[in-house]
Every structure is written in structure tokens, then in C-alpha cells.
Design a protein around this ligand. Structure first.
Ligand code: 4AD
Ligand code: MG
Length: 478
């Protein structure tokens, strides 16, 4: 019989049928009357237990069935004597695909710290915690595509290599075929990019938005979902140098429509995970509660499922930047102490401010709108007041900013004015500006940081633990 995934094997009736399981040993236990092997193949958090009577499997093979070894087990599916599972395999035959020397294999059946697991990034997907996170990550990615597909959006593949700096923050990784140690130079000594592969400077994209806008002004509703890159040297638990972003862009959407979509979208994908990842979420919830045991009762966070259900079931708070600043000015964040960064109208809100609003004041997700134009990107639509733009950030408990977006400036003159004001060369954006010249339309969009979403849903606290191969300063071993 060919292999069945363990998740499906566990659902079968134990009617003595022959089955084959293939996977990695989690634990092996021997008693006088039997040997028990727990096997996991990554298809589920649960293991299948395989039991052999003494003598059924040779000593030589049994010795190799240690934690981490990869096996094929053939046998009969029978009712399990043990608690916690309905079925188990009565072993007929074991084949060892690959042993894992217990003297060397770093993953032993005990709890390893997340820091330690980060050092063995090549093996950590084999742990319960990381395999659960990776399955939830997959389900969330699938839910993203399902949501947009079901709502009439088209998936637009925007380029990874691009000449534009969408966010204007200058945090780009350069892509070049020039010899970095001796690049060709122009007469005035600057690097001569005309001799480069693309005949000009090129970078890894920081956002697919600008190209997304081109798509929206043709297909009405598009979304991108791809890797984005930021060369910001930020060693934080919320930033990566390579992260995945989902960016919907919609013609004929005003800021209010944009907020409605963002709220509906995150609620949908979180709800999808609640419905489809129950076992993995239960596992992570138990893990978190274990960690919080030592904290005093009033400092413990809500159980993961309660937190997620709360977000799905309650409307987000919507306030303007100006209202937020007023709340912060009146607030007493840490007993009588003030914020580390003083609050006044015009500042870029720091994470301590965002978290105060979300976690202490409103105690739910907040959508902040109408920020001062100086602290936001050039493409956002200017309000009548001439001071604020139609921006929106969605702030989440424990995370801070999870979404950033806006209504876009669709007026050619006003957009050109902002481009010049900020000092961007309009030559570099001629293609973007032309969309405002020919058949412009009101439109809006936003970007959701996928890893921040996965952080929230899994209850993890470090962004490096929710992406299989995190890229951060000095990280890239493979
Ligand atoms: O706020 P940001 O920079 O917005 C944009 O890039 C817009 N072009 C989006 C749009 O309107 N289409 O980034 C959007 C989101 C943030 O809210 C955050 O969740 C995430 O991307 N993000 C990061 N996630 C991980 N590591 C980083 N270095 C991130 N920078 C932003
Ligand atoms: Mg932002």
C-alpha cells in the first residue's frame, strides 16, 4: 500500500488494514512487552504511534530509530490502547531511510528555546512549534488568495527588480552587474549606471504599489502578494529585510471603502485560520499559556483563540491622527510617567504611542486616518485642509502597524506638485504620472505585512520566528 499522510491516517477506521507511514521519529520508548515509536510527517501536529512486539523488528534497526531518524513503517491499523489517539500501527516492518545520530542531532525530545532554534534554522521546521507556524502561514496565504479571488480581484505579478523607490525612503537593495570594487564612472566621477545591465540604477522592490496602481487603472481591482525588500538596518522583533506583502489596489475606492476592505480582509483571513488550523492553534495556545504560567494573573494575555475571536467579532475603532494625538496628550501611559517620545501634532507616532492607543485606550484594533502630509509618502491624496493626507494605518494589539495604505492622489497637477516638493525626479516617474494624465480615476489601496499577520495569528513575539528563512542584518547563512 502506498503512503498515506499521517493527518489522513489518523482519521481512518482501525480495521486491521495494511498501511504505510513515512516520517521522522519524534520519540521512541521501549518497555518489556513492546516498543513504541511516534512518527510525524509534518502534515499535522499529531503523531501516529507505531507499536512492535519484542522481536518483530531487529535490534539493529531499532537502534537506528532514534529521534530525528526518517522511517518507513508498514503495518496494520488497529485501535490504540493508549489514550489521546484512536488508532495506531501494529508494526510489520520498519525501513530506515536516514538515521540521526543522537550524539549529534540537535533536536531532542525536550523544549528548546526559540533563540537556540533560530541558530538551527535548517532543522527547526521539524519541531512542533515551527511546523505549526508553517502550516498556519500556508493557510493564511491560501486564504488571502481566496478572499481576493472571491471578491473579484485579479492577482497582478509586479516586478521584483525595479527602478522605482515606491516609498521614497531610500531603503533599497541595489541590483547591479557592475564590478562593485571598480565600477565604470562618468566624467564627474559618479558611477556610470548606463553601463549596467538595465542601463540605469535598479533595485529590489520595496513595494508593488506603484505598478499595482497601473493594474488597478486598467482592471479595476487587483492585488499583489510577493516578497518585498527593505535595507533598513533595524534589528527589531517587527522588521525583516525581506518580507511578504499583500497589496490590493482598487479603482473607484475612496478612503472609507479602503478601510472597509482592510477590516473585512483581515477578519476573513483570521477567521479562516480559526476554522482551518484548529489543532495547530490549540498547540500554540497551550505553548503560550505554559510560558505565561509564571506571570502574575493580571499580566497574562488573553488565550490566543479568545484574542483572535475578539478581533474577528468586533468592529475596529476608526479615528483621525489629530484625535489620536489629543488622546495621547491627555493620557498617562505608565502610571504618572510620560512617553519616552514626547507627543505633539506632526510627530510620526512611535510604537509606544500606537500600542497605548490599541492596548490601553481602545483595547481593540484601531484604524488611524488623515496623517500630516510631511510624515507620509508622496502619492497620498491631499485633504482640503492642505495639511493632512488621506492615509490609513491599521494598528493591532501586540503588533502596532499591521497595514499601511491610503487613497491616492489622482490629480495630475497636485501629484506632480508633491513629487517636485519632495525632490523626486519626475523623469523617473513619467509612467506613473501618465496614468493621471490619461483617464485618471479616484483609487485607493493598502499593504498588509504578511509576517505581522502571521505573528498576530500564531501569538509569536519575534518576526524571525514566523518566516521559514528570515533575512535580517548578518543573517544569511543559506
Ligand atoms: O507602511 P508600508 O511601508 O506601506 C507600503 O509599502 C505601501 N506601499 C503599501 C500600500 O499602500 N500598497 O508597509 C506596509 C506594511 C506595514 O504596515 C507593515 O505591516 C509591513 O508592510 N512592513 C514590514 N514588515 C516586516 N518588516 C519590515 N521591514 C516592514 N516594513 C513594512
Ligand atoms: Mg507604514
Amino acid at each position: 500500500m502506498s503512503r498515506i499522510q499521517i493527518k489522513d491516517l489518523l482519521k481512518l477506521e482501525p480495521s486491521e488494514q495494511s498501511v504505510t507511514a513515512k516520517g521522522w521519529v519524534r520519540t521512541k520508548r521501549e518497555s518489556k512487552n513492546a516498543v513504541f515509536i511516534s512518527l510525524n510527517d509534518g502534515s499535522t501536529i499529531h503523531n501516529i504511534q507505531a507499536v512492535a512486539e519484542p522481536g518483530q523488528v531487529s535490534e539493529e534497526i531499532l537502534r537506528l530509530c532514534t529521534t530525528g531518524a526518517c522511517l518507513r513503517i508498514d503495518g496494520a491499523l488497529v485501535p490504540s490502547q493508549g489514550s489521546g489517539q484512536a488508532v495506531e500501527i501494529r508494526i510489520a516492518r520498519v525501513e530506515v531511510y536516514g538515521a540521526a545520530d543522537p550524539e549529534e542531532y540537535p533536536l531532542q525530545p525536550k523544549k528548546h528555546s526559540l533563540e537556540f532554534l533560530r541558530e538551527i534554522g535548517h532543522l527547526r521546521p521539524r519541531t512542533n512549534t515551527f511546523s505549526a507556524i508553517l502550516r498556519i502561514r500556508h493557510a493564511l496565504a491560501f486564504a488571502v488568495h481566496k478572499f481576493y479571488n472571491d471578491n473579484g480581484f485579479f492577482y497582478l505579478h509586479t516586478p521584483i527588480i525595479t527602478a522605482s523607490d515606491a516609498e521614497g525612503a531610500g531603503e533599497m537593495f541595489r541590483v547591479s552587474t557592475l564590478d562593485a570594487s571598480n565600477p565604470p564612472r562618468t566624467e564627474d566621477g559618479r558611477v556610470d549606471f548606463s553601463q549596467d545591465f538595465f542601463g540605469r540604477e535598479a533595485n529590489l522592490t520595496v513595494s508593488g504599489q506603484l505598478e499595482g496602481e497601473l493594474g488597478a487603472l486598467a482592471l479595476s481591482k487587483i492585488y499583489t502578494f510577493g516578497p518585498t525588500f527593505r535595507a533598513e538596518n533595524s534589528n527589531t522583533t517587527r522588521h525583516l529585510a525581506e518580507f511578504w506583502m499583500i497589496e490590493p489596489e482598487m479603482a473607484f475606492f475612496e478612503l472609507e471603502d479602503n478601510m472597509d476592505l482592510a477590516e473585512q480582509f483581515v477578519k476573513y483571513v483570521i477567521g479562516y485560520a480559526l476554522e482551518h488550523c484548529k489543532d495547530d492553534l490549540d498547540f500554540l495556545e497551550k505553548r503560550l499559556q505554559e510560558e505565561e504560567k509564571n506571570k502574575p494573573q493580571n499580566e497574562r494575555s488573553l488565550p490566543l483563540s479568545e484574542k483572535l475571536n475578539f478581533v474577528v467579532g468586533n468592529p475596529f475603532e476608526r479615528i483621525t491622527y489629530t484625535e489620536a494625538v489629543e488622546i495621547l496628550l491627555k493620557s498617562k501611559p505608565h502610571k504618572e510617567k510620560k512617553f519616552q517620545f514626547p507627543v505633539e501634532w506632526g510627530i510620526d507616532l512611535q510604537s509606544e504611542h500606537e500600542r497605548y492607543l490599541v492596548e490601553k485606550h481602545f483595547k481593540k484594533p484601531v484604524i488611524l486616518t488623515n496623517y500630516p502630509k510631511e510624515i507620509k509618502s508622496f502619492y497620498m491624496k491631499l485633504n482640503e485642509d492642505g495639511k493632512t493626507v488621506r492615509a490609513m494605518d491599521v494598528l493591532f494589539p501586540g503588533i502596532g502597524e499591521i497595514i499601511g495604505g491610503s487613497q491616492r492622489e489622482e490629480n495630475y497637477e497636485k501629484l506632480l506638485g508633491r513629487v517636485n516638493e519632495i525632490g523626486i525626479d519626475p523623469e523617473n516617474l513619467w509612467w506613473f504620472l501618465e496614468t493621471r494624465k490619461f483617464g485618471t480615476a479616484p483609487h485607493s489601496g493598502f499593504g498588509l505585512g504578511f509576517e505581522r499577520l502571521v505573528l498576530f495569528v500564531t501569538g509569536m513575539t519575534n518576526i524571525r520566528d514566523v518566516i521559514p528563512f528570515p533575512r535580517y542584518p548578518k543573517s544569511a547563512e543559506f
